[in-house]
Design a protein. Structure first.
Length: 317
């Protein structure tokens, strides 16, 4: 028998294909504005809200009087930027023997950054999905995943949340965060489809939902996490679950005290480490024949105006 294809070729890894998965579509960077701070811990001022809405008994001024005296109060709150960091140890043997397509160092750096961002998203989602942290919260009475017209009313529910925020702050909710399961249900909701049936192709998108619910922005919580221990079977779950958060957020810190955000991320840059989330590497100081790679940052995420948020729990089955 003559030689065949297997005799004239030794299999080697492809240089243009590696199968893998990474976390994508995080939204936490679009939720809490980042406040860059000079110290790891400090205080920030908070005006007493009610003082700015209390109309005096009279604003009439009698001749030879200076007018009614009013004032306002101020309090303070604190933050402490905790250090979040992940390290990968890459031994020299692995580095020098790895096939080129694996890009060991680049993959390790990206994995550290991705996991830190996923953890950041998980912390903020946990804050916002805890009803006691927000001004109001309730469970949806009629689930939104019913496809029959008139069996549930997400428009009324969202309006309830928006009205609750405006009634105690004077500000309009400008952002809605839907868990992915909730968003999927709204894509098929009869009341929504009926309202857009004459719009373009009648296709529901997050921008169209923002227009329908009259907010600036709709965010979809797509992120998932693996809750299984290492070396155990994977167990994935949605970080944003089946909840909906309605809130008022800003694009950045406000020093005038006129446009607060539901929450902020207080981020400190340690001058000894440099830019937050930058990749640093160093050789093992004990000559263990491996390299350390680390990504880190200092931060505290804090809800600073809970009355600017409303949580609808369990919007779908």
């Amino acid at each position: 028998m003559g030689i065949g294809p297997r005799d004239v070729h030794i299999d080697v890894p492809l240089s243009n294909l590696v199968i893998g998965f990474e976390p994508t579509n995080t939204i936490v960077q679009d939720i809490y504005p980042v406040v860059n701070v000079n110290k790891q811990s400090d205080v920030f001022y908070k005006y007493t809200k009610g003082d700015f809405f209390r109309i005096p008994e009279t604003t009439l001024r009698s001749p030879r009087t200076k007018g009614r005296t009013v004032n306002y109060n101020v309090s303070s709150d604190t933050y402490y930027a905790k250090n979040y960091a992940l390290v990968d140890e890459i031994d020299y043997e692995t580095m020098v023997n790895a096939d080129a397509p694996l890009q060991i160092r680049e993959k390790a750096a990206r994995n550290l950054s991705n996991l830190l961002m996923l953890d950041y998203e998980d912390r903020v989602a946990s804050q916002l999905r805890s009803g006691s942290n927000l001004g109001s919260h309730a469970a949806v009475a009629s689930k939104w995943n019913s496809t029959a017209s008139g069996t549930s009313d997400p428009f009324a529910d969202i309006q309830t949340a928006k009205s609750a925020i405006r009634s105690t702050t004077g500000l309009e909710a400008n952002t809605i965060i839907f868990g992915r399961d909730v968003y999927n249900a709204l894509l098929r909701h009869a009341d929504i489809l009926d309202r857009i049936k004459f719009v373009q192709r009648g296709v529901v998108t997050k921008d169209l939902l923002a227009a329908l619910f009259d907010v600036d922005k709709v965010l979809i919580g797509n992120a998932i996490k693996n809750t299984a221990e290492e070396n155990q079977a994977d167990s994935f779950s949605s970080i944003w679950g089946k909840d909906t958060i309605v809130g008022h957020f800003t694009n950045g810190p406000d020093a005038d005290g006129r446009n607060p955000s539901l929450g902020y991320s207080f981020r400190w840059t340690n001058p000894l480490f440099g830019t937050p989330m930058a990749v640093e590497s160093w050789e093992d100081p004990d000559h263990g024949n491996y390299m350390n790679m680390r990504v880190q940052y200092y931060q505290e995420e804090k809800i600073t105006a809970p009355e600017l948020g409303y949580l609808w729990r369990d919007c779908v089955d």
